[in-house]
Design a protein around this ligand. Structure first.
Ligand SMILES: [Zn+2]
Length: 184
């Protein structure tokens, strides 16, 4: 049980591109350890969710904190084993960020406005749930990780990437990567 080193883009891109395998045995000791490692690692990070391949385990397991929508209260961590999208609404362009791609954000990735998904909980019980807006974006982003897909792949405009830089009055402001001096 430990905080694991995250797998980062672009240095470890090859690992992030692999397809994760479904969990076959829910009683496996390694699965228990993996879930605890995912929770410990997410706890140590600012993100809303984490997928097993982000700590180097090619298993279809994600840990998510739903309740990311405006006015919602963040929920406790929920483990989703072998999550699958059953039904999804029309795509809407919105925010994305990734623990494996630090300090880079976008408002330009289309993802379904709502999603109905199925997964197995830690206790083996099937979960079927409908989530919307940011929560739908989060679960869609995490299932993408299980298939080796990164948010960068979904950008409508590849220039729509932002990074925070120090602004006025000690605040940070977001600037496009291509507008940074010395780059682009
Ligand atoms: Zn991510």
């Amino acid at each position: 049980m430990a905080v694991k080193r995250l797998i980062y883009y672009p240095e470890d891109e090859a690992q992030l591109r692999k397809i994760s395998r479904p969990v076959a045995n829910l009683k496996n000791k390694n699965l228990k350890r993996l879930i605890q490692d995912l929770k410990d690692t997410l706890e140590s990070q600012p993100g809303a969710a984490i997928a097993a391949p982000q700590i180097g385990a090619l298993k279809r397991v994600v840990v998510v904190k739903f309740g990311q929508n405006d006015e919602a209260e963040e929920e406790p961590m929920l483990t989703l084993i072998n999550p699958e999208i059953i039904e999804a609404g029309a795509p809407e362009t919105g925010f994305d960020g990734c623990l494996s791609i630090p300090d880079i954000y976008t408002w330009d990735t289309p993802r379904p406005r709502w999603i109905r998904f199925r997964a197995i909980a830690e206790d083996g019980v099937e979960i079927v749930r409908r989530v919307e807006d940011m929560d739908a974006r989060v679960i869609h982003h995490e299932i993408d990780h299980l298939d080796g897909v990164l948010f960068l792949d979904r950008l409508r405009d590849p220039d729509e990437l932002y990074t925070p830089i120090p602004g006025e009055n000690g605040k940070t402001k977001m600037v496009r990567l291509i507008d940074l001096p010395g780059l682009g």
